[in-house]
Design a protein around this ligand. Structure first.
Ligand code: HEC
Length: 147
């Protein structure tokens, strides 16, 4: 008996991100659109804000401004994630943010920032679930930008 899966259409993301194919799901892509199927019971666990609060807020702060409780223990201060568009001429650099989170920061390895690609996979039941968490994290960060 297979558990129900829900398709998620994610527009304009995942460029350059290899989505693994697991037995019970059929991710399809066309230019700019990737369908990620995630077990319906797991969708809530992929919420962007919830994942941010669970995995990122300790350093970046619950308000993402870089003042989480662990921040003072770090030699490199965590970035203020609400000012990314300000630092990037008002355009949200989606690929840059996604790859920074995954562990492929454009400017070379980040110092204190964990490589989340492996971590998100390790807490997910499928590669699709890890992808949805990542996509939702990027969307959440986009939604909290100060303009
Ligand atoms: C252990 C502390 C820590 C945790 C936890 C953490 N970060 Fe970071 N992050 C940092 C630090 C410190 C930097 C600044 C760059 C460096 O490390 O050299 C950073 C940088 C970043 C950047 C790059 C910002 C830029 O403008 O270049 C992004 C994006 C980011 N973090 C997102 C996240 C997300 C999303 C999570 C949760 C999944 C997360 N971080 C969890 C410490 C952390």
């Amino acid at each position: 008996m297979s558990t129900p899966t829900k398709p998620f259409v994610v527009a304009g993301v995942i460029l350059g991100l290899a989505v693994g194919v697991s037995a019970q799901s059929v991710p399809t892509s066309s230019p700019g659109v990737t369908v990620v199927q995630v077990n319906a019971k797991r969708v809530a666990t992929c919420d962007g804000r919830a994942n941010f609060e669970q995995y990122c807020a300790s350093c970046h702060g619950i308000d993402a401004k870089g003042r989480g409780p662990a921040a003072r223990a770090l030699p490199t201060p965590p970035a203020d994630l609400t000012l990314i568009v300000v630092r990037h001429s008002q355009a949200f650099p989606e690929t840059y943010v996604r790859e920074s989170i995954r562990g492929n920061h454009a400017g070379g390895p980040l110092h204190e920032m964990p490589e989340w690609d492996r971590v998100l996979r390790s807490v997910s039941t499928s590669d699709q679930e890890a992808t949805l968490r990542l996509v939702n994290l990027v969307r959440y960060i986009e939604s909290i930008q100060q303009r």
